[in-house]
Design a protein. Structure first.
Length: 152
């Protein structure tokens, strides 16, 4: 398409620079590289290698794994704080375990998970966890309690 054929261009708005070629007349002359007027593109020696920074591809982090929730007789540990769930779990454990395995509770004995104790006040209890060295979580018929053990 010629410039006269374009309807968007007005011939009066277009100016041609007649001396366009005059700007480049000096290009054929040799350049003195030792002069202060010489311009270098990288500003340094060509002998030095450029520092290349390598980047590793980003890795996606795996989603954090959920901790397995402690279950007692099929009931989640978090629900044992409510009496109705504690009684249900205690009943299931009573049916599974033998009465002969129960040990008289004292703060001096050392308990382990799955031990069965006989407490003077609370009755039969099942050790379900040991949150610290001298504490035990014991499930009784009326609920979950923390007892001390291994003191002497």
């Amino acid at each position: 398409m010629a410039k006269d054929d374009d309807p968007n261009l007005d011939n009066e708005d277009v100016e041609m620079d007649d001396d366009f070629g005059d700007d480049f007349e000096d290009d054929d002359k040799p350049v003195d590289l030792e002069s202060e007027d010489a311009v270098f593109g990288d500003g340094g020696d060509d002998d030095e290698e450029e520092e290349v920074i390598e980047t590793r591809p980003s890795r996606r982090r795996a989603a954090p794994r959920k901790k397995k929730e402690l279950r007692v007789a099929g009931i989640p540990r978090t629900r044992l704080d409510k009496p109705e769930f504690a009684t249900k779990a205690w009943t299931k454990l009573t049916k599974k375990k033998k009465d002969d395995d129960a040990v008289e509770y004292s703060i001096r004995i050392t308990l382990a998970v799955d031990d069965i104790i006989e407490h003077k006040k609370f009755g039969r209890g099942y050790v379900i966890a040991l949150p610290s060295v001298q504490k035990a979580e014991v499930l009784f018929e009326d609920g979950l309690r923390k007892l001390v053990h291994a003191r002497g």
